[in-house]
Design a protein around this ligand. Structure first.
Ligand code: ZN
Ligand code: ZN
Length: 222
């Protein structure tokens, strides 16, 4: 995903698909949610710009030749140009601890979390955001498993819509779609997600490739 504001072009996650295509995106910064290959392996040949990730994620990406490593901490906002990012720890993987980002520009904020089973500080993460961009692994079937005191895997869209409803988030987009969604008829799944959203008072949709959104304050997401 790419967040654009003024001259800033911030890429959130850089999966294996981007390994030879980073130049095309030409990001001014990259921010990583977790070390799974579909989110970070695009850095395997390095990056020309600063890359932001948590200590836990960097520990797993040690071998990547990334010269400009920025270490970020949970719940400590940092700025890239005029855009502020705050990492919230999410349950998803024990081996590759993940975060979601609350991204703020002026008075508009959105939350981006491509992989998660749950958000620990959900209220702080989602209250007041204009848009939730979430995990499209499944629509209603849960892919969450319990390990000790943690949840791992993927929360279904239906559950994420409940969180949005509870936190008053009016709009949601689901990305990074799993096989359940990818293999189905896009119109059927789209209608199902819209209907589920409607039941929760949320304007919900499935992201299609090339989707570009402009939020207030001139911030564009694609
Ligand atoms: Zn993952
Ligand atoms: Zn993933």
């Amino acid at each position: 995903m790419l967040v654009r504001l003024g001259n800033a072009r911030v890429m959130i996650d850089c999966g294996a698909d981007w390994l030879d295509h980073q130049k095309r995106v030409n990001p001014t910064a990259i921010v990583i949610t977790h070390a799974h290959a579909d989110h970070a392996a695009g850095l395997a040949k390095g990056a020309a710009c600063p890359v932001h990730a948590t200590e836990e994620t960097w520990a797993l990406l040690q071998r990547y030749p990334v010269p400009h490593r920025k270490h970020i901490c949970h719940r400590e906002p940092f700025s890239i140009d005029t855009v502020s990012f705050e990492a919230f720890p999410v349950e998803h993987s024990l081996l590759a601890p993940a975060v979601g980002y609350r991204v703020t520009s002026g008075r508009v904020a959105f939350f981006y979390v491509p992989d998660l089973a749950s958000i620990r500080e959900r209220h702080e993460a989602l209250s007041g955001v204009a848009l939730y961009i979430g995990d499209g692994a499944t629509v209603v079937r849960s892919m969450v498993r319990r390990r000790d005191h943690s949840e791992i895997g993927h929360a279904p869209i239906a559950k994420q819509l409940r969180w949005c409803q509870e936190e008053g988030v009016a709009r949601a987009i689901f990305t990074h779609c799993g096989s359940e969604i990818v293999r189905s008829d896009a119109r059927v799944v789209g209608a199902r997600v819209r209907k589920l959203g409607h039941e929760h008072g949320v304007d919900a949709r499935v992201a299609d490739d090339g989707l570009t959104l402009t939020l207030d304050h001139g911030i564009a997401i694609s």
